[in-house]
Design a protein around this ligand. Structure first.
Ligand code: NDP
Ligand code: MG
Length: 375
């Protein structure tokens, strides 16, 4: 029997990668639902190829035919009876309700949309405990950690070491970083991704989101999660065990394998589409310390994670808004971290025990950044 998959954000970088992967796995999976935000033309092509029972477009510009429209389509797609696995590949906080809805209904969420775990980690954990759903990470670092830990208990894990490519500015001097252009920031050395995560990789805010994501996914305290720069993006992360043994997961920098593994875990299947690994071809593999003082967004995000409450949601929303402003040319590259820091300093940290509290924190952080930019 095939398993039904809903892809939320099917027109994006992860969404299109997933469809490429799933086109080779038709005996295991069928596409039950697809949603996009505004790219109706690409969505239409995908519908013609995969014939999903449900199609949602958040913001139609022109006719959407029989498709469902509006932001509710994400939750509708994630809640359907014919959907077993929800691949959440939406970018940003907009994906939260769908993750919660799928977990409440006992489904697997293959999670690329890390922002929603950062924003609502506690609520997401509660939703899966209540509904019996599970999260399997799509992020390559977390997929690596999952594979390295295997079935060993968390008490045997001493430390997680998350690798970071270092982004396009890894070896730029600090003075040059302030005025790095959008074109510079979008020139990622190893990964081709959507614009928001590409900028997050340049500021290292992406690594902060990933540290918080790892904390929630694996139940490991922040003291036991480290980050190391690894420019080749071949070692996807390390797990150090209490006896000192260190296990790494490696592979070519391609999202096809982590996307497929999130769907099939713990099974491994043929035809992942991954080019064969040649250690000589990929050598040398190098590792460097993080330049913490030059990439302040990383420290800020980890500080927010450690503080808990609504501060991770403030960090995430301030970052989303600041990146949007940078993409629109209204602030400099250095202004992104300053906006995040301002929002985290100015807004009181409250508890995050309800969706309303999270939304309020999210909204206050976005307003803070918009007003800061307008001044
Ligand atoms: P893209 O920008 O390429 O794609 C985003 C997708 O989400 C598109 O389908 C877009 O629709 C849709 N979307 C955008 N805004 C909304 C909204 N408000 N409501 C509903 N749908 C929306 O992003 P990526 O694929 O690069 O990233 C997606 C997620 O995966 C992010 O959280 C990112 O951090 C994470 N991730 C990505 C990796 C990668 O390699 N790309 C690696 C690891 C994690 P439309 O195109 O129609 O506008
Ligand atoms: Mg990653």
């Amino acid at each position: 029997m095939t398993r039904g998959v809903a892809i939320l954000g099917s027109t994006g970088s992860i969404g299109t990668t997933a469809l490429r992967v799933l086109a080779r796995q038709r005996e295991r999976f069928r596409i039950s639902a697809l949603t996009a935000h505004s790219n109706a033309a690409l969505l239409e092509e995908q519908v013609a190829q995969f014939h999903p029972a449900y199609v949602g477009l958040v913001r139609p510009n022109g006719g959407a035919g029989a498709w469902r429209t509006g932001p509710e389509c994400l939750v509708e797609a994630a809640s359907r009876k014919d959907v077993d696995v929800v691949l959440n590949a939406v970018v940003g906080a907009a994906g939260l309700d769908a993750t919660l809805a799928a977990l409440e209904r006992g489904k697997r969420v293959a999670l690329a949309n890390k922002e929603t775990l950062v924003m609502g980690g506690e609520l997401v954990s509660q939703a899966s405990a209540r509904g019996g759903g599970e999260i399997v990470p799509v992020d390559s670092e977390h997929s690596a950690i999952l594979q390295c830990i295997g079935s060993r208990p968390r008490s045997e894990v001493r430390r997680l070491v998350i690798t970071a490519s270092g982004g396009p500015f890894r070896d730029w001097p600090r003075e040059k970083l302030e005025t790095a252009t959008l074109a510079d920031a979008l020139r990622h050395p190893t990964w081709r991704m959507g614009r928001k995560i590409t900028v997050d990789s340049a500021t290292l805010a992406n690594k902060a989101l990933e540290v918080i994501e790892a904390h929630y996914l694996f139940g490991i305290s922040y003291d036991r999660i480290d980050v190391v720069v690894h420019p080749q993006s071949v070692v996807h992360s390390f797990v150090e065990f209490v006896d000192g043994s260190v296990i790494a997961q490696m592979g070519m920098p391609s999202m096809e394998l982590p996307v497929l593994y999130a769907l099939t875990h713990p099974e491994r299947v043929h035809d992942a589409g991954v080019p064969p690994y040649d250690p000589v071809e990929m050598s040398p593999l190098t590792f460097e310390r993080v330049r913490w003082d030059d990439f302040p967004a990383l420290r800020l995000g980890i500080k927010a994670g450690r503080a808990g409450g609504a501060l991770p949601a403030v960090f995430n929303a301030a970052n989303e808004e600041a990146v949007a402003q940078f993409l629109d040319g209204r602030i400099t590259f250095g202004g992104i971290a300053r906006a995040i820091e301002g929002a985290m300093r100015s807004l009181t940290n409250r508890s995050a025990d309800s969706l309303e509290a999270l939304r309020a924190a999210d909204c206050a952080a976005r307003t803070y950044v918009k007003e800061m930019v307008a001044c």
